[in-house]
Design a binder for this molecule. Sequence first.
Ligand SMILES: Cc1ncc(C[n+]2csc(CCOP(=O)(O)OP(=O)(O)O)c2C)c(N)n1
Length: 161
Amino acid sequence: MEAGLVGDSKESLQALLPLLHRNGKRGFLERAQRGMRNWRESLERQTAPLSTPMKPQLVAAELSKRLPADAIVNCDSGTVATWWARHILAKRGQKHTVSGTLASMACGLPYAIAAQIAFPDRMCVTFIGDGGFAMLLGELATAVRYRLPLKIVVLKNNSLE
Ligand SMILES: Cc1ncc(C[n+]2csc(CCOP(=O)(O)OP(=O)(O)O)c2C)c(N)n1
């Protein structure tokens, strides 16, 4: 760290912004932007082909297109988190969560239950692997008891990996 600042991040950044000067050398930025474009194109290629069994990337990408503007999406730990992070594009107005430490399985369903209780008028979706879903399957009874209209997307690969 060259200069430590303590403060509200929004106000601190607003105070710093006028001190920034446009960097005339655009090479680094443009290289990074090109890399990002290539990366996004390669992700799209992964979702294009219809194969059997269906690729999880395709499920995530199609879900992403259909989410309402204010959807709340919870993802569980596992490979599912990769597909969520890469193919479910978080849009302004939506809320997306995953296990706080990016590690503990089974958070998907309880997070979605909590979200649906807190925001009864918004669509709450959990994107979860069959392992993480099975780990707290009993919570399905909670969702039913409170008649929560959750959307549960389970990626089933019959494996805990
Ligand atoms: C409570 C807990 N137990 C074990 C693990 C280790 N772990 C991380 S992902 C995973 C498998 C997840 O499988 P699944 O939910 O089916 O999702 P997939 O990886 O197949 O998408 C395991 C065992 C963990 N993160 N948390």
